[in-house]
Design a protein around this ligand. Structure first.
Ligand SMILES: Cc1cc2nc3c(=O)[nH]c(=O)nc-3n(C[C@H](O)[C@H](O)[C@H](O)COP(=O)(O)OP(=O)(O)OC[C@H]3O[C@@H](n4cnc5c(N)ncnc54)[C@H](O)[C@@H]3O)c2cc1C
Length: 461
């Protein structure tokens, strides 16, 4: 990789705080762009890989993979089991089986890679190329001399960490509390061929499966690349406040108990997928293969100040925390990292507040605002509920609308222009080539979803 330092320019220095996948990606990118980079982490490399759970499922699609490729990085599409679509089932408040569709990813694939694996491999490369790695929990006081000593300092300490240095953007942060409780567990025991989840889609285990219950929450299974077990599956569940699912999720205290809770959830609510779920097993070598919690979606400022007045930039979850329902957090952070690296490589002036603020505004316009809106759409935000109902019903009627709707997870930008039912209808008509009202007139409730006839003895695990 050649340095992008312009001739005659002295080597510029950068500090990145936080060695999650976003921080490591930015550190490696800046190093390759000719910066002298120091990466600070509260854990050493082994602990980052083996002593913590993955931050999230981190499913990412084409636009994010392109950002990684632009940095010369592997996006794992050759190593991870590929998602070629999303199979959706929606049940009403009385558990009536209403909507079923199978959206195909049109011209791109999804991959969900263990954040610990990605960060670990990129950290190894960073060290091999001469990056400096300092194991230290950086306090607000310690950040001050770091920011003073470096031309560019980026804070990528996740949702907690040093995020308080960056004020919340009240206009963009519409929720004052988490909208769901979350439970995840990663498992093996089923493969990814077309015999798995075959009742949902001809693509079988190539599609992830999403089930939505109006009153309880959502359950998702998707192909995953686990750091130790390799190709595997991840479950991710969302429970609405006060729901029976929320009570069940709260009881998880280990991978095995999380797995049991998920199997019971599918037995009691989502029986159409039950045989596959019963065939799964937890990953014995990774006690951290599960997670529970909640995310308050919030957008923070792109620039903050240390106690001594030095300017630092925010990155990844420190900039914006998304509920994972539309899979936007990891994607957003990686795209933001790539954009910052590309802009820093060609910038000749100071990395001051105006530069950091300008970069952040451009990122929000290019991706962040749309990522926020698609998250609100999938959360069923009251402001977008009618639009969502229209789009999901149309997806059940027309496969092109289904593909376009799931395509918003890859490129959420088209949603920015949809603020009314008329605009939603225009989108439906544009995608299907048919008048939206005529298309929607053909909608009929699913009646009864197909049930799985999966037998683990016949499937390759
Ligand atoms: C359940 C769940 C599912 C998800 N699914 C998806 C998905 O499908 N698709 C998607 O795009 N996104 C998803 N996300 C979001 C995604 O996982 C995160 O956006 C992403 O992993 C955040 O990476 P990060 O590097 O910004 O932060 P982190 O991974 O949190 O990394 C921050 C690092 O900084 C370190 N640190 C903290 N404080 C300090 C300090 N003071 N000094 C030094 N180091 C410090 C931490 O220990 C950590 O190593 C999901 C999130 C959750 C919770």
């Amino acid at each position: 990789m050649t340095s992008q330092n312009s001739a005659g320019r002295s080597t510029r220095t950068a500090a990145i705080i936080g060695a999650g996948q976003t921080g490591v990606t930015a550190a490696l990118g800046l190093l390759d762009a000719g910066f002298d980079v120091t990466l600070y982490s509260d854990r050493d490399q082994r602990a980052l890989r083996d002593d913590v759970p993955a931050t999230g499922t981190a499913l990412e699609f084409g636009e994010t993979q392109q950002a990684e490729a632009a940095l010369g990085l592997d996006s794992y599409t050759a190593r991870a089991p590929r998602h070629t679509g999303l199979s959706v089932r929606i049940a009403g408040p009385e558990r009536e089986e209403l909507i079923a569709f199978d959206g195909h990813f049109d011209g791109y694939v999804g991959v969900a890679v263990d954040t610990r694996l990605k960060a670990d491999e990129r950290l190894t490369r960073f060290l091999e190329r001469g990056g400096r790695f300092v194991v230290e929990q950086v306090s607000p006081a310690a950040l001050d001399p770091i920011a003073a000593a470096n031309d560019l300092t980026l804070v990528a300490t996740g949702r907690g960490g040093l995020s308080e240095l960056f004020p919340i953007d009240a206009e963009r942060s519409v929720y004052d509390a988490p909208q769901r409780s979350l439970l995840t567990v990663t498992v093996t025991g089923i493969g990814h061929d077309d015999s798995v989840f075959a009742h949902r889609s001809r693509a079988g285990g190539g599609h992830s499966g999403f089930s939505i219950f109006a009153d309880q929450g959502e359950g998702w299974w998707g192909p995953y690349l686990h750091k130790d077990a390799g190709p595997s599956w991840a479950f991710l569940g969302w429970a609405r406040p006060g729901s029976e699912w929320e009570r069940r999720f709260a009881a998880a205290d280990s991978a095995d108990s999380a797995h049991r809770i998920v199997q019971e959830l599918y037995r009691d609510f989502i029986d159409w997928d039950l045989p596959e779920v019963l065939a799964t097993q937890t990953i014995a070598e990774d006690p951290h293969s599960w997670l529970k919690g909640a995310v308050r979606p919030a957008v923070r400022s792109g620039a903050g100040h240390t106690a001594g007045g030095h300017v630092v930039g925010s990155l990844g979850d420190t900039s914006a925390a998304y509920d994972p329902i539309a899979g936007q957090g990891a994607q957003s952070g990686l795209i933001q990292a790539q954009r910052l690296v590309a802009a820093a490589a060609v910038h000749d002036g100071a990395f001051d507040e105006a530069w950091l603020g300008g970069q952040y505004a451009a990122f929000l316009a290019a991706r962040g605002d749309a990522a926020n809106k698609v998250t609100r759409l999938f959360l069923g935000d009251p402001e977008l509920a009618d639009i969502g109902n229209q789009l999901f019903a149309a997806a059940a009627v027309d496969s092109r609308v289904a593909s376009a709707l799931v395509g918003l997870l890859h490129r959420p930008q088209p949603l920015l222009g949809i603020d009314s039912l008329d605009a939603a209808n225009e989108f439906i008509t544009g995608v299907s080539g048919e008048d939206a009202a005529a298309l929607l007139a053909r909608f009929a409730p699913a009646g009864r979803f197909d049930r799985s006839a999966f037998s683990s003895t016949l499937a390759s695990a």
